[in-house]
Design a protein around this ligand. Structure first.
Ligand SMILES: [Zn+2]
Length: 404
């Protein structure tokens, strides 16, 4: 089976919709939250658990797997899914985000009230481990200090070796702190890189017919600027190289929290209806509702598992930390009525104890709950679109979530 996408139910007056993505390793009902397994492992949990908590797909990172163990090893193992024992659909991101955010302390979603535009956050300052030019990015490995270079062609070769069902074009990362002038030049650069990715992807696809088809998504940048986002999306939508177009689109870059839905809306309007759209690096409940309403079909983010390993627990009434003393003698579940494995078998007091005792099981159990929570929220939103009650769910759900 090759790659396909089919629209299901549309959200009245908005770009949001349900649908189904078909890949050589199975289907993804959208909207869907894709669980992140950066280094070909969803930290602290078995792939069987990832499947049991409802995840439909896993996303790994090209930068990390290129450095360790090497994309050639993943290829020799039979590709990402086989290597990590995940039989379902897989994604890899291009590595651009990781390479270019090295040393910047990049935040994906920013409140803009403290921001002052300054290109030094992306230009080659003393703290930076990466420098960008028109051809690619030179960076220093965070593991051993070795110097490497990524270009659009290199990212495509790495991602073809990794063998995920869905890959992303190599794009330049900017932040909301960059000037408008820099954002304009960056969008141009990302577009030129997108064309080079499509060309190299076409060449590799023809060369590698023994492997299942890998879909390539172009990535829309343009920060918070309407004209830049629309132009970037429109040009990527019509980009064709050697008769080949993108199979879907990623929406990248930093997003201003208050305008997230508006920005996704501009992009969705400018992209073709019949191709899926992935919003990179988003998992906060408000952002998921806003992104889905505005037309995003899939999401990924390390956050649910990353914060879980520090004891932060998502619930439908907000987030709390199970490390705090209040939970020492609390024999209720992490969240009342949660049907996840952790909540049906363990108490807050037990998790509190595991975190205090630095037991590895703490991370496992907290990750299961947070990933379940995020996957299920997106699944519930999808069902609400199909049932014609998205707005009711959003109102109910966010009202309760913010009440804490
Ligand atoms: Zn739970």
């Amino acid at each position: 089976m090759r790659f396909a996408y089919e629209v299901g139910t549309r959200l009245d007056g908005q770009h949001g919709r349900t649908g189904v993505i078909t890949t050589p390793h199975g289907t993804i009902r959208t909207p869907a939250f894709v669980v992140v397994g950066t280094k070909a492992s969803v930290k602290a949990v078995l792939p069987e658990t990832v499947a049991a908590l409802g995840a439909q797909a896993v996303l790994a990172n090209a930068y990390h797997l290129f450095l360790q163990p090497g994309s050639d090893i993943v290829e020799a193992a039979g590709g990402l899914g086989t290597f990590m024992n995940w039989p379902g659909p897989t994604f890899t991101d291009s590595g651009g985000f990781q390479v270019m955010s090295l040393g910047v302390g990049f935040k994906k979603v920013l409140a803009m009230d403290t921001a002052v535009p300054d290109d030094e956050v992306i230009a080659d300052g003393s703290a930076r481990l990466a420098t960008v030019d028109d051809d690619g990015v030179t960076f220093t490995s965070h593991l051993n200090g070795d110097t490497h270079r990524f270009t659009p062609e290199k990212s495509m070769r790495i991602q073809h070796e990794l063998g995920a069902d869905i890959m992303f074009a190599f794009d330049e990362l900017t932040t909301l702190m960059n000037t408008r002038d820099y954002q304009e030049r960056s969008v141009e650069r990302t577009h030129a890189w997108a064309a080079r990715c499509l060309a190299e992807h076409g060449r590799l696809t023809l060369e590698r017919t023994h492997r299942p088809y890998q879909a390539l998504f172009g990535v829309v940048q343009g920060a918070q600027y309407e004209d830049l986002r629309r132009r970037a999306a429109t040009r990527l939508a019509s980009l064709e190289v050697d008769g080949r177009r993108f199979d879907g689109y990623g929406i990248g870059g930093a997003l201003e929290k208050e305008k997230l839905g508006t920005i996704i809306g501009w992009v969705s309007e400018s992209l073709p209806e019949d191709k899926p759209r992935h919003l990179l690096g988003i998992s906060e409940p408000e952002d998921l509702f806003a992104g889905i309403e505005a037309g995003a079909d899939t999401f990924d983010c390390v956050n649910p598992s990353r914060v879980a390993r520090n004891g932060a627990v998502y619930t439908s009434r907000g987030r709390y930390n199970v490390n705090t003393a209040a939970y020492r003698r609390d024999f209720g579940p992490l969240e009342d009525d949660c049907a996840c494995y952790t909540c049906t078998h363990y108490t807050r007091a037990y998790l509190h104890h595991l975190f205090k005792a630095k037991e590895m099981l703490a991370s496992t159990l907290a990750t299961i709950h947070n990933e379940w929570f995020t996957v299920k929220l997106v699944d519930d939103i999808r069902d609400s679109i199909d049932a014609g009650r998205f707005r009711e769910l959003r109102c109910e759900w966010l009202g309760r979530y913010r009440s804490r």
